[in-house]
Design a protein around this ligand. Sequence first.
Ligand SMILES: *Cc1c(COP(=O)(O)O)cnc(C)c1O
Length: 444
Amino acid sequence: MIEQQRILATSIPGPRSQELLARKAAAVAAGVGVGLPVHVTDGAGGILRDADGNQLIDLGSGIAVTTVGNGNARVVAAVTEQVQRFTHTCFMVTPYEPYVAVCERLNALTPGEHEKRSALFNSGAEAVENAVKIARHATGRQAVVVFEHGYHGRTNLTMGMTSKNMPYKHRFGPFAPEIYRVPMAYPYRWPGGPERCAEEALSTVTSMIHAQVGEENTAAVVIEPIQGEGGFIVPPDGFLRGLADWCREHGILLVADEVQSGFCRTGDWFACDHDGVVPDLVTTAKGIAGGMPLAAVTGRAEIMDAVHGGGLGGTYGGNPVACAAALASIESMEEDDLAGRARSIGKILGDRLGALAERHPQVGDVRGRGAMMAMELVTDPDTKQPDAALAAAVNRGCHERGVVTLTCGTYGNVFRFLPPLSIGDDLLHEAMDVLEESFAAATA
Ligand SMILES: *Cc1c(COP(=O)(O)O)cnc(C)c1O
């Protein structure tokens, strides 16, 4: 068992990781980039150990995936058991219980008391693609509305739905048609100020859809209830509810992309719960299965069941080992009250980042919810000019000091925190000390 302790055994990356990097360069396509070039050999709780014996504090959870903790004991046991029974049949050929059980859990846990159905896939992008397929089929409409700063994946359809060009879309077009992008309710950068953001954004969005797309042509509005890659943008109170009401009035399906924000990350089961919003369809992945690849679409029974038999599926979707991991992860979230833990992590991160913001005017905004927190860095709080160079320098500083951190944001200037929910307070505070040290060094 790895001790929950940061250890700097070598400089980072160490000699062994550097050797592996050379092998990577010779064997792996250059387009597959890495953020922190250490090669991991083991993980436990809030710690990752690398090939040189360094132990790094994990503030990324492999992008919000190992929410239940690295090497979660329940997940390890469930995967080990399932792998010894059978690893694959293809659910569409001969089904098995773990798939059905995951769907039952998803139907019960996602927002709303109505009757639901689920279908399982392998990745977030695949879930979003299928949500669009289902929404188009059920409504007989084609247009899909998405938001500025939105991120939905790297397949052709989801690249088209994603907002940011570099690195996701650049020279990968043409993209699928019938995708329309509208402004996001982004309080920090809303021209009329944060107080007017909810109302003005809602009015802009609905009038744009009316004028440029037509309500009766619109199958779905797809939104991340808290945007992930785009910069942890939290829409102001009332925006999501207003959007949900307007969609319902016009027979447009509201799809909540909870791939990053779901499964206790924000302190509720799903980010929509906080806003009291009940989407028609919900996409999930990332935190669902403790690191095993699994994704889902969950939604109203009459919408999900509108698709003809055989219209949904895939060879690996709902793999039994991944399903066993999901059931164990959900059990951990319930038994260990990980939503409550996410809220207390959010309090610690919020306090520490707030204190940092008081000392450094370059911290323009601190935002997020639960264990999905971020700070947006600017050159000057008045102009709000994004400072991607500072974000990169602080990120590098954290990496060199043994903390796994991530940036995000359309302008690359947002520093995000996604720790595993099993991380201890001590490690979290130590990581925040490292962040402060790196920030001071980068701005000295
Ligand atoms: C990561 C992400 C996706 C894509 O998931 P993959 O598993 O990488 O395909 C889609 N939507 C959101 C909100 C995400 O954060």
